[in-house]
Design a protein around this ligand. Sequence first.
Ligand code: ATP
Ligand code: MG
Length: 712
Amino acid sequence: MLDGLDPEQREVATALHGPVCVLAGAGTGKTRAITHRIAYGVRAGILQPSSVLAVTFTNRAAGEMRGRLRQLGAQGVQARTFHSAALRQLQYFWPKAVGGSMPRLVDRKIQLVADAAAACKLRLDRGELRDVTAEIEWSKVTQTVPADYAYAAAKAGREAPRDRAEIAHVYAAYEDLKRNRAVIDFEDVLLLTVAVLQDRHDIAEQVRAQYQHFVVDEYQDVSPLQQRLLELWLGERDSLCVVGDASQTIYSFTGATPDHLLDFRARHPRATVVKLIRDYRSTPQVVHLANGLLTQARGRAADHRLELVSQRAPGPEPVYSEYTDEPTEAEGAARRIRELIDAGVAASEIAVLFRTNSQSETYEQALADAGVPYQLRGAERFFDRPEVRKAGVALRGAARFGGNDALLDDVVDLPSQVRAVLSGEGWTSTPPAGSGAVRERWESLAALVNLAQDFSAARPGATLGDLVAELDERAGAQHAPTVQGVTLASLHAAKGLEWDVVFLVGIAEGMVPITYARTDEQIEEERRLLYVGVTRARERLHLSWALSRAPGGRHTRRPSRFLDGLRPGTAATAGRTGTGAAGGVERGAAARTSAVPRRTRRTVARCRVCGRTLGDAGEMKLMRCEDCPSDMDEGLYERLREWRAVQAERSGQPDFCVFTDRTLMAIAEARPDDSAGLSRIPGVRARKLQRYGADVLAICAGQEIGAGGGRD
Ligand code: ATP
Ligand code: MG
């Protein structure tokens, strides 16, 4: 268990008692050290698996941690996000602490904020709405009530998008609205769990009896509210191990702060503090750039930076490419990716990372044009996809029949069983041609096949029933398996992950740092975001930017200031735009400024409110940006949901198999009055139109649908 660790990591793994704090840079094996620590403790019989709670910040990271722990032989350890751990406890204790069942969790806060603003007779544009929502979230994670917002925001130096008193007003109205509609939001889950644990000693004791050892990864991004929850879980005990890197603090805009990490020793004088500097992830070339970025950093996090030392063999220098416009930049990246895949690099070992989700569509298109499979982070959740649901039903059915299913009679090993079952769902050993919906469905099924392979490799002898249980657990935590495609993700979503090849795209002023980063602290956070991006690469790193957004546009952009002094030839190009970069910098398509993209584009989906190109699958369904003001008829939406519940119940399917929330929202916004209008709404396909069209149109027309409504 300890063989695969260096001496400092081993110190972390063997310090099983008392508080432990690991301060270390990217790729130094923090996550590895803590997973080994847990596994070592479990295997040595010192830690009871069920008494350990490992917390991270994303479902994906939690899923990976569970996978790693299982491989190390430490099953049964809970690895969760703060949110999912709290949600689980809250659901469990709600009847006892409050009575009744827990209120519904709203998934789209921004709409409620818009309604709250309307109730305050305030008109907020799209940007203001987003910013006010962020202010409300910040208030909640810093445990600031509406009455204190104006003072607290001023004290924290927050740049308020509107008058602070107005925001406080909207915040108060938002809380009222939630109460009236009997819903809670994402932050309430933590706030309410904290409240229950604080007020009810019996419940707190029950939780503490269950969990005795706590491990927190990415601790630099803990919010005051999460920290409070952690303290309540811990009680008077001190079996807490935290790991983090202050230079990777990228969520301070939401109230997170590296102070808890940096002040850990002050709060726990007996703590074992370990520093790791050996970087096992990246080549010296990548590490050199990462170190370079940090030398220019300022602020408290920067004061604690640790210079990384690569442990890997040298690799290629980072490649910098300048392009005339964004589509050309995306084509350039796609072309290189195609070449890499043709040369034998696995698509799953390549990532394209960008600053904002809205950049993804251009890259999706370019990769599709180049015939490259991709996986979009933050798109429709894997386990919500219809084909994955159907495959789950088929696998569950096969598992129930056990060995009696004729289909599986001659098949002994688990992966082959899964392939046999999924063949009935459209899985084939080679992918279908093209990049459309058929291909996407195939990618999902292929991801399930891969998951089965990994699962049976980690647990020899596992049965189909075990796999189904695993899928249920993952679905619960919304952890999607890695599909065999290039990852498209935002820099924020890439935290903690790694790929052989990373393309950092759109590294231009206005994107990195993003236009709305104005204060010094905000700019520093943008720099750290780029540091996070750079340190995701194991071997190859491509950084690119475009001089204008659209083809033929004026060349008004320049590469990110963060690269000044780091990319070759900077001195020759600093401050200049539109001339291409000098020696050492690949000129990409920029040299051929006349290059007109020769591509057949799919029709681009645009937001019907602001006209922006939509990249996110969910947004495409809504036909507008998530945070653009909506004119949804709330009452209609509720009636549609009630109707859906009846349909789902009747057909024995989950709600979203009838229509997803987003489709219902789109319907409640569009209020179609005929089939043609209804069929234009994404998610309403011919079969659904035939089956549910009459009902939905009747509801939209304000008619009552009796219990007998709906056609089967
Ligand atoms: P981040 O700050 O990005 O979250 P991290 O510090 O958590 O990074 P890990 O993800 O744990 O780093 O490790 C980075 C990579 O280095 C992984 O591929 C891991 O397997 C490898 N690694 C870590 N420690 C060692 C070691 N002692 N020997 C070999 N490989 C190692
Ligand atoms: Mg990590």
